[in-house]
Design a protein around this ligand. Structure first.
Ligand code: C2E
Ligand code: CA
Ligand code: CA
Ligand code: CA
Length: 279
């Protein structure tokens, strides 16, 4: 470029190049990861607040890089969203999660719904409904054991077509959750427009809830409102007994977090599910 010369500019340019290179490498690596079976799923239980029983599970993707080791989703999901590759990743996750859940059921483990995270991109770019139908057919999983988690961001633009798609998915008998609730722009009043049966309270609301009266009040209000609209509520990121007790007091339906279990590899999760069934 014309402005070449100043050291600071060179520095800036180099940094940009590095960033670009790193992204290129990651993007290329991710495409390979999809082809070479480097993606794996870990599974985190959702627990019934009042019985303590495992009542659901969330599939969370990990990238096992041959040289770099395990790369957490926060490192590659944002990049995959900007390149569009997330569509392919989510497709893989959806099929893998449904197959795994079906395999657990066929092995005689308790039947629970499996939750899969879907990027908002699916709502503008693909035939989501057909994809889901295909995955259910391929995996043989009954639709009532699939739960899709979508973030509020999905509802910011083009609300009507999104609601239309979500209604079709709900009418298929699939459970829908609104993920990270409270962090985005959608307000409580908007909730009632959405054909959704479950709200997941973002973990930023749960942290230290027992010691922060304002947070506690917000959480209680959200739970009550969701209940008044016949939605159930899951709290994410429950890490302590105090947090659990407060959420129980508020009648939050389900809890998820390190206090109960970290996300586990498939074999460890199935052992947990199996041992629970013998209690
Ligand atoms: P999320 O959907 O909000 O998932 C919950 C995240 O919180 C997970 O992080 C989980 O490991 C973490 N977590 C669970 N319990 C606790 C706790 O008690 N304390 C704390 N501090 N954290 C807890 P993870 O697995 O790193 O995933 C991060 C995000 O990446 C997810 O947030 C989700 O937005 C995205 N993600 C993961 N898998 C997929 C996927 O297959 N597709 C898409 N589109 N996004 C995914
Ligand atoms: Ca989620
Ligand atoms: Ca969250
Ligand atoms: Ca058993």
């Amino acid at each position: 470029a014309k402005a070449r010369g100043g050291n600071s500019f060179h520095f800036y340019e180099k940094k940009l190049n590095d960033m670009f290179e790193e992204e290129m490498l990651l993007d290329h690596g991710l495409r390979e990861a999809l082809l070479k079976d480097q993606l794996v799923l870990h599974y985190q239980p959702k627990v019934n607040t009042f019985t303590g029983a495992i009542c659901g599970v969330e599939a969370l993707v990990r990238w096992e890089h041959p040289e770099l080791g395990r790369i957490p989703p926060d490192k590659f999901i944002p990049l995959a969203e900007s390149s569009g590759l997330i569509l392919k990743i989510d497709e893989w996750v959806l099929l893998e999660a449904c197959r795994q859940n079906k395999a657990w059921q066929d092995a005689g483990l308790p039947k629970i719904p499996i939750a899969v995270n879907l990027s908002g991109l699916h709502f503008s770019q693909t035939h989501l409904v057909e994809l889901i139908q295909q995955v259910l057919e391929q995996s043989g999983l009954d639709e009532k054991y699939l739960n899709l988690e979508i973030t509020e961001g999905v509802f910011i633009k083009n609300v009507d077509p999104v609601i239309d798609t979500i209604t079709r998915i709900r009418d298929m008998g699939i459970q829908l959750s609104i993920d990270d609730f409270g962090t985005g722009y959608s307000s409580l009043s908007q909730l009632q427009r959405l054909p959704i049966s479950n709200v997941k309270l973002d973990r930023s609301f749960i942290h230290d809830i027992a010691d922060e009266p304002k947070k506690a009040a917000v959480v209680k209000a959200i739970i009550d409102l969701a209940h008044s609209m016949r939605m159930t509520v899951v709290a994410e990121g429950v890490e302590t007994k105090n947090e659990m007790n407060y959420l129980k007091q508020c009648k939050c339906d389900e809890l998820q977090g390190y206090y109960f279990s970290r996300p586990l590899p498939a074999d460890e999760f199935s052992a947990l599910l199996d041992s629970e069934d013998d209690w």
